[in-house]
Design a binder for this molecule. Structure first.
Ligand code: 3PG
Length: 213
């Protein structure tokens, strides 16, 4: 049985120029970081499923920061999608794409941004109905030049490049017609987190809004 997602991948991508990729090791950091990002105008938050605390962090944000929309990053399996949805995630981001992950996200009401790095992967995702994709790892896999090359054959696909994107090179990606937003971890630096410098995170979020196309 499939549940209709309350959110679409395009809505997730259009909310701000950047989707922050957040790696959390401490549940106590989750809510202050989410509030800091929301205060800076960034509401779609990708919490990566790569630490033991990730699900508890998603739960805390979903419960305590209603202005934020929490999503799960690093979703690779059906179990990841189920656990993320249970923890309150409303969208999922995957580093690659399989039909099984697509199905699991649909079954659990999660909008999905599937990761792709090749033309064949784009075609597989398109075959399953996905036209908004994450280009990962963006800089390592060809950067803006790759997206320009894809704009010909994949004229109907929109991308969120992620991986190696920074405040400095984000504008080059965002200027491309087939890019809606970028993803990146630079909004939540590990040292800012360790020192509890939440206002610095708010400022980084504000700086990214200036990138809006
Ligand atoms: C990731 O999944 O780690 C993201 O692609 C973040 O990459 P970045 O740290 O280069 O922004």
């Amino acid at each position: 049985m499939s549940t209709t997602p309350t959110l679409t991948a395009l809505q997730v991508m259009q909310d701000a120029p950047v989707i922050p990729v957040i790696v959390l090791n401490d549940v106590a950091h989750a809510v202050p970081i989410a509030r800091a990002l929301v205060a800076g105008g960034v509401r779609m938050l990708e919490v990566t499923l790569r630490t033991p605390q990730a699900l508890a962090c998603m739960e805390a944000i979903a419960k305590e920061v209603p202005e934020a929309v929490v999503g799960a990053g690093t979703v690779r399996t059906k179990a990841d999608a189920q656990a993320a949805a249970m923890a309150g995630a409303r969208f999922a981001v995957s580093p690659g794409y399989t039909s099984a992950v697509g199905q699991a996200c649909r079954d659990n009401g999660l909008a999905l941004l599937p990761g792709v790095a090749t033309g064949s992967e784009i075609m597989m995702a398109q075959q399953d109905g996905y036209t908004e994709l994450k280009f990962f790892p963006a800089m390592q896999a060809g950067g803006p030049a790759m997206l320009k090359a894809w704009s010909g054959p994949f004229f109907d696909v929109k991308f969120c490049p992620t991986g190696g994107v920074t405040l400095q090179n984000a504008s080059e990606f965002l200027a491309l017609p087939n890019v809606v937003c970028v993803g990146g971890s630079w909004l939540v630096p590990a040292d800012a987190m360790a020192r509890g410098e939440w206002s610095r995170i708010t400022q980084l979020a504000r700086d990214t809004l200036a990138l809006r196309k």
